[in-house]
Design a protein around this ligand. Structure first.
Ligand code: ZN
Length: 204
C-alpha cells in the first residue's frame, strides 16, 4: 500500500499501517509461491476466492490479502470494503475474524489477536464508531512493538475515551492526549464502550 500518511491520525499509526500492509502483501506473495500461481493471473483470483471461503485455514494476513483481492459479488468493491449497508461485505468482515492468529515469539499471548483486530478496524473504519476507532488506532503502534495493555489499562483508556466527544476522538493522536482531554472534560462520560483488544468481533 502506498500513499498513506495524511490519512492517518499520527506518524506512528501511518508507520504501523505501512508495516502491516507490507506484511499482508508478503504473506500473499508467499502463498502464491507456495501454489506456483502468478501475480495478476486468473489463478490468483481463484486462489483468493478459495482463501476467502476458508478463513480458518489460513493466517489472518493471508485472509486479509485475499479479501482485498476479491470483488464483492453484491457491491463490486474489494470484499469488506463496500458501503456499511452492503450485507455481503459485512458478512465477510465478520468472517475475517475466523482466520488463524499465531502469537509472535517475542510478544505476549493475545498480542497477535489485538493487532489483527486493530488492523481490521483500520481497514474498515466505516464499520466502527469514533471511540472504537480511536482506541484501536492509538493501540496499533504499541501492539506492533510487542506490547499488550493489561485489562486494567485497557479499561482505564476506555473510560478516558468515553469522556471525549466524538470529534475529539477523531482528532486525538496519542493516549497521553486522551488522558489530558479526559481530565479537562466537564461532561459526564458518554455511554459508549468497545474494548480495545477484546476477544472476537469488536462492536462499533
Ligand atoms: Zn459488498
Amino acid at each position: 500500500m502506498t500513499g498513506v500518511g495524511s490519512r492517518w491520525r499520527s506518524a506512528a499509526l501511518a508507520a504501523a499501517v505501512d508495516r502491516l500492509a507490507a506484511e499482508v502483501d508478503q504473506a500473499w506473495r508467499a502463498l502464491l509461491r507456495e501454489y506456483g500461481v502468478a501475480e495478476g493471473s486468473e489463478d490468483e483470483a481463484e486462489l483468493a476466492r478459495l482463501v476467502v471461503a476458508d478463513p480458518a485455514g489460513h493466517d489472518w494476513r493471508v485472509v486479509d490479502a485475499a479479501l482485498a483481492r476479491s470483488a464483492c459479488d453484491e457491491c463490486g468493491a474489494p470484499s469488506t470494503q463496500g458501503p456499511p449497508t452492503c450485507q455481503l461485505c459485512a458478512f465477510h468482515h465478520g468472517q475475517r475474524f475466523g482466520a488463524r492468529e499465531t502469537d509472535r515469539p517475542a510478544a505476549p499471548p493475545g498480542n497477535e489477536h489485538a493487532s489483527r483486530v486493530a488492523w481490521a478496524v483500520v481497514q474498515a473504519p466505516g464499520r466502527y464508531g469514533s471511540r472504537a476507532r480511536a482506541g484501536f488506532e492509538l493501540s496499533l503502534p504499541d501492539l506492533l512493538a510487542g506490547h499488550l495493555p493489561s485489562t486494567a489499562q485497557a479499561q482505564a483508556a476506555r473510560a478516558q475515551l468515553n469522556r471525549l466527544t466524538p470529534g475529539q476522538c477523531d482528532r486525538v493522536t496519542s493516549f497521553a492526549e486522551v488522558e489530558r482531554l479526559a481530565a479537562a472534560a466537564v461532561s459526564p462520560p458518554h455511554p459508549v464502550a468497545s474494548a480495545p483488544g477484546g476477544r472476537g468481533h469488536p462492536a462499533g
